[in-house]
Design a binder for this molecule. Structure first.
Ligand code: FES
Length: 114
């Protein structure tokens, strides 16, 4: 069985500093049981400490604070297992005000939604 690293292509944008959004690619060592939110933590702890996202809250698919767009679909990243060699594009959850990178303000919706 392959132990090829997982490639994460991550949306990066700090509205207070950057003139435009960009995507950055990170390779994360694969291990049995690796979850997407854990892979994001690996990136921040080992590859780029400036990456912003909501850290664990419940860690068990209950609170939804870890929800992000993954390959265009909104999913809870704490419950998304990763396969060796997999490549995923990770973006902030749509419909909410961006704070930085993958972190959004779940208390503020764009548009006129209540
Ligand atoms: S951290 Fe609570 S649902 Fe993912």
């Amino acid at each position: 069985m392959s132990n090829a690293p997982v490639t994460l292509i991550i949306f990066r944008y700090d509205p207070g500093i950057d003139s435009a959004p960009r995507y950055e690619k990170y390779d994360v060592p694969w291990r049995e049981g690796l979850l997407l939110l854990s892979a994001l933590k690996y990136v921040r702890e080992n590859l780029d400490e400036t990456l912003a996202f909501r850290d664990y809250c419940c860690g068990c698919s209950w609170c939804a604070s870890c929800i992000m767009m993954v390959d265009g679909k909104g999913i809870q990243t704490c419950s998304r297992p990763l396969k060796p060699g997999e490549s995923l594009t990770v973006e902030p959850m749509r419909g909410f005000s961006l704070i930085k990178d993958l972190a959004v303000d779940f208390g503020v919706k764009w548009g006129n939604a209540p």
